[in-house]
Design a protein. Sequence first.
Lengths: 785, 219
Amino acid sequence: MTLQSLLSKEFVFLDGGMGTMLHLSAGEIPEQLCLTEPERVAAVHRAYVDAGSEIFMACTFGANRIKLQGTGLDAVECVKAAIAIAKKEAGDSALVALDVGPTGQLLQPAGTLTFEDAYDAYREVMTAAEAAGADLIAIETMSDLLETKAAVLAAKENTKLPVLCTMTFMENGRTFTGCPISAAALTLEGLGVDAIGINCSLGPQEVLPLMKELSAWTTLPLIAKPNAGLPDPVTGDYHVSPQEFAEVLSQYAEIGVQFMGGCCGSTPDYIRALRSALSTKTRDRSPRQVPKAVCSGTRTVRLDMPRVIGERINPTGKKRMKQALLDGDMDYLRGEAISQTEAGADILDVNVGTPGIDEAAVLPQAVQAICEVTDLPLQLDSSDPAALEAALRIYAGKPIINSVCGKEASLQAILPLVKHYGAAIVGLTLDEDGIPETADARFAIGKNILERAESLGISKENVYLDCLTLTASTGSGAADTTLSALRRVHEELGLETVLGVSNISFGLPNRPLINRTFLAMALTSGLTLPILNPMAADMMDTVRAYRMLAGYDENCADYIAAYQDTTAVPAAPTAEKSAQTLENAVAHGLKQEAAELTKAELDKGTQPLDIVNQMLIPALDTVGDGYEKGKLFLPQLLQAATAAQSAFAVLKANMSAENSGDKGKIVLATVQGDVHDIGKNIVKLLLENYGFTVIDLGRDVPPQTIVDAAVSHQVSLVGLSALMTTTVGAMEETIALLHQQYPTCKTVVGGAVLTADYAEKIGADCYAKDAKATVDYARTVYGEV
Amino acid sequence: MMRPEDFNRASILRELGVTNTDAALSQIMSDMIATLCKVAWPRTIWRIYPLTWEKSLCLGDVPLPGKDIAAHLKGCTQAAVLAVTLSSAVDTIIRRFQATDMTKALFLDAIASEACEHLCEDVEKQVRARTDKPFLTARFSAGYGDFPLSTQSGLLRLLDAERKIGLTATDRQLLLPMKSVTAIIGLSDSPVHDARKYVCGVNCTGCPRYDTCRSRVTR
């Protein structure tokens, strides 16, 4: 018996719950029983084989070294024993699956576990299971799409076993980590699993609509393993009987579900009832067509209308972005991601390629930072295959890769990555001979890219072509060549089309006019994925108007929502504004006014440093005083700080590095094991207000990383934050390490559970009761006061 | 789902240390409450287990170490263990606001804590409705007094919380998603005790958060 032979059957019957059947007593771990009482586990398998299960799960759900940490159990030993027990009971009548559950830890950025640690934990048990004779791998009860990806990649890259994969969804059609059904399906099918489904979480009635949704997003065989209802909080019993369970599940046949079994609360009786209920049924086999789409781990974007790819995260021609990348200032990238998201972008391009940057190291970092603040799908933009692969591994979702071109070397390096990671690809219509001058030649290269992609099993739906915009000033007909090629690609090949729009106006006056006109022309010619600056309102206006006019915007709803207020623009209260001073705007937390007034001061010729020292700092001091006297509160202090920050952003653009008024560098970190970092971020904001350069190492930072950063930046002060009694230990460790390796450096500590006494005990130089106190101490250390 | 009218605005302000608010702050508060209601997908779970007092105190098979929890549960033969979480979408949105508007992030953070409190109260009502014990203790959480945080993972296991509501603990026993709470409520046939030494206003002297606690300052 093989999975292939089972796939030819109408239905494939799985097993039901393991935990309930084992009748665990206090403190018993199911995986341990495989080593100590194999007969108890064997009896459960036997009962399921007798009930007619054709695939059953070895008792390995929690058998990974992360989950078993602290139990003294070795995951590999548990797996070997469990597979041996299962194989013996299966004989020739059933297949044995290595049951793979979550690690129990959340992956970064939500949690502290790294992708590679999760991958390694899965890899070792999967290779052991294959060696022990497992027939397949069943990844189950997953909630985090990235963790699921780690498990699937571990299986696909290290074993030859087929992979079944099921995730757990809530009534709202999302997993606990917010992954929608569509994103799970797009990502997992892309990664090459053999069947996909839903298990656990809810009863059969509640899972039914979720399965329907899933069937719309995948062509793979479908798996359903619901719970036997919900557990009673007092008795722990599940409320759906075997008969009810089987009756509802037989409706699943109508949506084409082929693999059926049960999860929590189900027993061999449920499988027996299921077999009998389905004995006369047939499953729906009508072909399924998956909508064209890309996704992040939390959002799916259908390509059913022109979608905007935001181009701002790219250092080419952007000094500030280049500097941010060189400084490792991920907050700047986060800010660009947020503003493009808010401006209405659908997808974000991420490019970190600039001299002095190790793209393979920085691209994944940037992707992770961006995913913390936006749910938009990403387009990974690099010419370095190693950088692309590093980012593809840790990306939860189905991204776009930008790009491959018609050059042989590019096709050979990039297309296998697209296939392996289930991404979509942008093909540039250029080759060894450069960019062809004719539309026909560009079309031909595009067609060749498509054929090469298809030959590797990449579907046509996932190939997008870029017919390349050349600047209109280079010669007549440049725009027409691009648009003719684009039209043919769209109409004859039926592909999505990508175009960086603003190149067209390079070197010409009034670029916005050319850009938006060309955009409208391109959209009409079949452009579906314009790459543009979403912050340019006229470009977004053009896209919205086009969507409305071309019939993509039902009842003009999006258009009206975006513009209904524009007719009623209030007259600018000029008199009031001119009376406003920068100090006042900062003190009252008026973000926009602060930025505008700063611009006005610069226009008047006031020196940036004078603006800082004579206006911003005094305003912040006034607010700080009010805060210390209890007249103002933290939210108001932060409002002022945020307003000052927007003033600084304006100044930064007008100050040279030497003349930035830098008061000194400070390393800040939330210590290892701690993920609560709002306090640290508040401190950072205030320090930056007072002219300090903060090297923010983020949260969950190992002691050595903190010391290394302090040494390499030669800072005089390190600020550490810890929020929990369990993590102040890491703070103590970090201080000790600093004393050892960089004894001249001072430390300031803060966090809810800390006290002055405790700070002294662990060797900190200063205990800061709040963010303001940290600033005061920093000013002392750097000799300002 | 959570509703804006469920929020105790005074308590949120207290948490933030704000004693007199202004129109701007009120508006931020309203906006952030609405934001939270939109993104949170609150999940709760609870179970009742027997308490055993031989040798050491255990809830089901999970030991409950420390003098404080023992004093708190004195006389109880059962306890409800509960967990609530607002889902990781809330952590994400708080993080996002930290990058754009720290004041909003601060409000959202406090509002989320208040929402957890509200969810706990809801669960407590459910427990009260289902138990036949007439006396319930106040909620007691890991980390109070000498009841160690290391109990966290045991409590999650009793609830199968990872699978049922997506709540996990890191190896340092931090709950993730961050805006989550676990607690124990003792159930008894006779009047109960309250051993929450340092929990807001019960007894401030000696509290480890004495210096920073806003509740103490404003009381």
